[in-house]
Each structure stands twice: as structure tokens, then as C-alpha cells.
Design a protein around this ligand. Structure first.
Ligand SMILES: *[C@@H]1O[C@H](CO)[C@@H](O)[C@H](O)[C@H]1NC(C)=O
Ligand SMILES: *[C@@H]1O[C@H](CO)[C@@H](O)[C@H](O)[C@H]1NC(C)=O
Ligand SMILES: *[C@@H]1O[C@H](CO)[C@@H](O)[C@H](O)[C@H]1NC(C)=O
Ligand SMILES: *[C@@H]1O[C@H](CO)[C@@H](O)[C@H](O)[C@H]1NC(C)=O
Ligand SMILES: *[C@@H]1O[C@H](CO)[C@@H](O)[C@H](O)[C@H]1NC(C)=O
Ligand SMILES: *[C@@H]1O[C@H](CO)[C@@H](O)[C@H](O)[C@H]1NC(C)=O
Ligand SMILES: *[C@@H]1O[C@H](CO)[C@@H](O)[C@H](O)[C@H]1NC(C)=O
Ligand SMILES: *[C@@H]1O[C@H](CO)[C@@H](O)[C@H](O)[C@H]1NC(C)=O
Ligand SMILES: *[C@@H]1O[C@H](CO)[C@@H](O)[C@H](O)[C@H]1NC(C)=O
Length: 453
């Protein structure tokens, strides 16, 4: 299907290439809506979950399951900032379907390969749904907050005291390589989710957890240095020697974003100046490290042209978390919006590639498309465009200022959730896709017969 579309668009755009250029003017919302609609469409072109024999909520190879969670998060932002609900039903269907048998984002199909970080990114997507007041699921199905709490609770239960005095391992299961690595994205994401649940629910247990996780990361040198002038978040550390080092010193945008914005949520919730100072230190550091002429780039792999499939999506998470930070702490808004706006222009000029004319590249600092493409590139550019509206849209909602998603502090720890009925996702759209495939198949056979005769 995708190939077919690319071929047809390629034919058209080779004749009218400029008709598809993405011109944005940040003072004109309409231009952003138009441009981001094309980029979002480009993202959904990678979605194969509704095709015959594919699985709802998943993007096919080479995109791992976790990145699908990230992609749905980007589409929630698309809806929220661009006020376009075209994909909402698909987002809801995907988020519910992949929540799995226990509604905790450890679906049976992933359960032998899933890592803590994989689960966390789906948790972050449903948290976003709760905070943005994304339309609630039907009442007989698990609600966004419930799902996020289930992710938090099941992850927190894996807090591992057998080495390093705590921390999450990267992998959930002993047989997966990476089990002996305590990485930042797993721990940073649990910190981030705890901070957001604290902000949403006001339950102080989440603040205590966030504090504990941050202190642990600090203690094993995943966050450095100790002073408040700057702060780097490093990749991870081996548990086999009790996390005595050396620390793997890659700095990724998404890790920096998870921890920075987590601090911002905690500051907003607790008013504790400690979290304010930390937010500022992370912001100071990222603003220096991750921007080239005001345009965001993936510091640890982009200049060496070595970003893998996963790493190509990291900027997407960082950008949405940067925008939340701007919304939560007004002192930082102006500065952050400067970074966001210059990055948006960079991303827009990159999204003029491919045969469809709205494929986005990875390098946003060159004039035009750089020839790279993929789900990660498309998600990151979509976020770059839509968050320019951060100051024109409400800050994250919570349970006391309008958010009405419901949850349960014990979610995910009950064997069978007592307050929910079993999931019933309609098979309508998949049957529909099947019928189309059949019709196409039939007409191919028919024209073949016609030719023969
Ligand atoms: C960035 O662009 C947004 C959207 O147009 C605008 O509201 C904001 O004032 C701009 N901020 C800066 C610092 O350029
Ligand atoms: C946005 O797209 C619509 C429909 O394609 C078009 O009519 C309109 O002129 C576009 N607006 C801007 C500002 O580009
Ligand atoms: C909403 O999004 C769809 C799909 O991306 C697009 O076709 C449509 O033009 C968008 N509408 C507006 C008002 O941006
Ligand atoms: C699990 O895999 C089976 C077989 O591919 C598929 O039919 C089912 O929809 C999948 N379920 C989930 C939650 O991914
Ligand atoms: C591992 O390090 C912790 C402190 O981080 C210490 O309490 C514990 O005794 C150490 N365990 C081993 C086996 O060295
Ligand atoms: C909710 O948001 C408000 C700001 O709008 C904040 O003051 C409050 O601490 C947040 N958390 C809760 C649980 O109310
Ligand atoms: C936060 O930073 C300010 C300015 O550097 C400093 O005066 C204050 O003591 C810091 N607060 C905390 C709790 O570290
Ligand atoms: C939550 O708020 C939305 C509108 O923001 C409303 O449509 C919905 O009915 C509310 N749900 C509940 C359970 O109050
Ligand atoms: C607060 O959060 C803790 C930790 O998840 C949970 O055990 C407890 O039930 C929650 N309390 C309420 C009132 O929801």
C-alpha cells in the first residue's frame, strides 16, 4: 500500500514538486495546521496496524513496539495543539488494544521481550491523554489515569535492591540482554511518570517515589555534576559491579527531557525550590548542548550519522517534554519558546522530501530534506511544529483544575481489575481493511482473466 502510494505521489511530484512545500508562519495558526496535517498524514502512512493480518496499535518492522507508544503520544499532541481530531479514534483504539490482558502495557505478545523503558513510553502516552483531556475511553473500559497508574505500579514493583542499592534494570526478564544494565531511560521514565502522577493526583506517595528515584540516579552518577549550574543525564551503568562504574556517558535528548520536565512537574506540585533549580540546570545544559544555530539535533549520534531506528525518534519525546516545561514554569517560557520556534522553522524546511513531498529528514539544520526518512523523523518533526502553540493552549490539566480521567492507586497490582469489564474492541476496521484487500485482489484476478480472454 505504502509503496503504491509513494510511487503515485512520486509520479505527481516529479511534475509539481513545489506545490507540496511546507511554508509555515508562526504568527499564522492556519499555516501550522496545514503543514502539520501533512506531516501527521506522513506519520500515519507508516501505520500498518489496520491492514489484514497486522495488529492494531503496532507499526511494522523496523519499528519496535515501544516506538508505537511514542507515535500515539505524538498524535495526541497533534490533536491537542492543532485541534484536529482526525486520528483520535485510531489513537484510542490503539492505546486500549495494546494495554494487554492486565491493562498495564505488558501484553502477552510483548511479554518475553519487553523492557521497562518500553512499557514506560506507553504509560507516558496515556498520561498525556489524561493531562490533555483527550476524550475518555468508554466507561466500561480502563481509563487513561488507571492505565498510567498500572504502568507506574508494575514498574515500581521491579525496583531492584539486589544490586546498586536500588534502581530499575533495563530489562524485565533475566533472559534478555541488557538485564544487567541499569539504564537511565527506565529509571528516568519512572521518575517522570511518578512526577506527573503526583501532579495529576496530589498523592504524596508519588512525590516520595520521584525523590527516591532521583536520588538514586544522582548517587550512581547517572546525573552529573552535583552542582546546580549544569546537569547531564547519562545513558546507564552496569549492575554487575554494583554500579561502581564506569557510567556510559552518552547524552540523549529524551533522557534530558524526561528528567528536566519531571522536575518541572514536581516543582509545580510541591513548590519546592530544589526542583525549580534542577529544572533550570537541565534547561541550561540542554540549551547549550543540543542546539546548533537554534535548531535541535540529536547530540550523541546525529553529527556522526549513526542514529539507529530508535534514536531517530528521541527528539520527539524531548520536544513535547520541553513544551510541558514551558507551560508549567512561566519563568522559563520565553526562553523555551525561542528554542521551540527556531527549531520549528528548521523542521518545516526539512519536511519537503520523499515522493509525497512531506517526508521529514533527521537534520533540520540544512536547507531542505537530507534524504533520511522514517517513523522517528516524522514523529519528531510533527512535535516540532505543533508545540509552537504551547503558550496558546492550556498547561497540563490535573484532578483539581479540570482533568477528569479516573484511576485507582492500586491499578496493575490486582490480578483481575474489579472495576472494569473485559475489553471489547470492535473488529470492524480490520474486517473493513480485509474487505478492501479482497476487492482489490478480486479486481486484479478479474483484469487478468479479461486480458487472457
Ligand atoms: C513562538 O511562536 C509562538 C507561536 O506563534 C508565539 O506565540 C510566541 O510568541 C513565539 N515566541 C518566541 C519567543 O519567539
Ligand atoms: C490551508 O489549507 C486549505 C485547504 O487545503 C487552504 O484552502 C488554505 O488556503 C490553506 N491556508 C493556508 C494559510 O495555507
Ligand atoms: C485535519 O487533519 C487531516 C489529516 O491530517 C487533514 O486532512 C485536514 O485537512 C486537517 N484539518 C485542518 C483544519 O487542519
Ligand atoms: C497478539 O498477536 C496475535 C497474533 O499475531 C494478534 O492476533 C493479536 O491481535 C495480538 N494482540 C496484541 C494485544 O498485540
Ligand atoms: C553495593 O552498593 C551499596 C551502596 O550503593 C552498598 O550498600 C552495598 O553494600 C554494595 N553491595 C556490594 C555487594 O558490594
Ligand atoms: C494541579 O495544578 C495546579 C496548577 O494549575 C497546581 O497548583 C496543583 O498543585 C496541581 N496538582 C494538584 C493535585 O492539584
Ligand atoms: C536555588 O538557587 C538559588 C539561586 O542560585 C539559591 O539561592 C537557592 O539557595 C537554591 N535553592 C535550593 C533549595 O537549592
Ligand atoms: C470529562 O470532561 C469532558 C469534557 O472536557 C466531558 O466530555 C466528559 O463527560 C467528562 N467526563 C466525566 C467522567 O466527567
Ligand atoms: C497513593 O499512591 C500510592 C502509591 O502508588 C498507592 O499505594 C496509594 O493507594 C495511593 N493512595 C490513594 C489515596 O490513591
Amino acid at each position: 500500500m505504502l509503496l503504491c502510494k509513494i510511487w503515485i505521489f512520486g509520479f505527481l511530484t516529479s511534475w509539481f514538486p513545489s506545490a507540496f512545500a511546507l511554508d509555515i508562519d508562526l504568527k499564522d495558526y492556519k499555516t501550522l495546521q496545514n503543514a502539520s496535517a501533512l506531516v501527521a498524514k506522513g506519520l500515519m502512512d507508516y501505520y500498518t496496524g489496520e491492514q489484514y493480518g497486522q495488529t492494531i496499535g503496532m507499526f511494522s518492522w523496523p519499528y519496535y513496539w515501544w516506538e508505537a507508544g511514542g507515535a500515539w503520544n505524538s498524535l495526541i499532541d497533534y490533536w491537542f495543539y492543532m485541534q484536529n481530531d482526525t486520528y483520535n479514534d485510531q489513537v484510542t483504539q490503539a492505546l486500549l488494544y495494546q494495554s494487554g490482558e492486565n491493562h498495564d502495557y505488558v501484553p502477552l505478545n510483548q511479554s518475553t521481550v519487553e523492557g521497562n523503558d518500553d512499557q514506560a513510553f506507553w504509560g507516558i502516552a496515556v498520561l498525556n491523554a489524561a493531562e490533555r483531556k483527550f476524550p475518555n475511553p468508554p466507561a466500561d473500559q480502563p481509563q487513561w489515569l488507571y492505565l498510567a497508574q498500572a504502568v507506574f505500579n508494575t514498574m515500581a514493583l521491579r525496583w531492584d535492591m539486589t544490586s546498586c542499592n536500588g534502581g530499575l534494570r533495563w530489562q524485565i526478564f533475566t533472559w534478555n540482554s541488557g538485564y544487567d544494565y541499569k539504564n537511565t531511560v527506565s529509571n528516568g521514565a519512572l521518575f517522570h511518570i511518578a512526577a506527573r502522577l503526583a501532579y495529576f493526583t496530589g498523592n504524596s506517595s508519588y512525590v516520595d517515589w520521584a525523590d527516591k528515584i532521583y536520588n538514586w540516579m544522582d548517587h550512581v552518577h547517572l546525573i552529573e555534576p552535583k552542582n546546580n549550574d549544569q546537569k547531564f543525564v547519562y545513558d546507564g551503568v552496569e549492575a554487575t559491579n554494583n554500579c561502581s562504574g564506569p557510567v556510559t556517558r552518552y547524552v540523549w535528548t529524551y533522557n534530558q527531557g524526561l528528567v528536566m520536565s519531571g522536575c518541572a512537574y514536581l516543582y509545580k506540585e510541591t513548590n519546592d525550590e530544589r526542583w525549580y533549580n534542577k529544572t533550570k540546570a537541565f534547561l541550561d545544559t540542554t540549551a547549550k548542548l543540543f542546539y546548533n544555530k537554534g535548531v535541535l539535533f540529536e547530540y550523541s549520534c546525529q553529527s556522526s550519522h549513526s542514529c539507529n531506528t530508535d534514536q531517530r525518534s528521541f527528539k520527539a519525546y524531548y520536544i513535547t517534554m520541553l513544551a510541558a516545561t514551558a507551560q508549567l514554569i512561566p519563568d522559563f517560557s520565553e526562553r523555551i519558546m525561542g528554542l521551540i520556534n527556531s527549531t520549528a522553522y528548521g523542521a518545516a524546511q526539512s519536511c519537503v522530501g520523499g515522493y509525497d513531498g512531506h517526508t521529514c529528514g533527521i537534520d533540520w539544520n540544512q536547507n531542505g530534506w537530507d534524504g533520511q526518512y522514517g517513523l522517528g523523523e516524522q514523529m519528531a518533526a510533527l512535535e516540532a511544529l505543533v508545540v509552537t502553540q504551547a503558550m496558546n493552549r492550556p498547561a497540563p490539566y490535573n484532578s483539581t483544575n479540570g482533568g477528569n480521567s479516573t484511576g485507582d492507586g492500586a491499578a496493575g497490582t490486582q490480578k483481575a481489575p474489579t472495576n472494569l469489564k473485559p475489553l471489547h474492541i470492535t473488529s470492524g476496521s480490520r474486517a473493513g481493511a480485509g474487505i478492501i484487500t479482497c476487492v482489490v485482489g478480486f479486481s486484479i484476478i478479474a483484469s487478468f482473466l479479461w486480458l487472457v480472454m
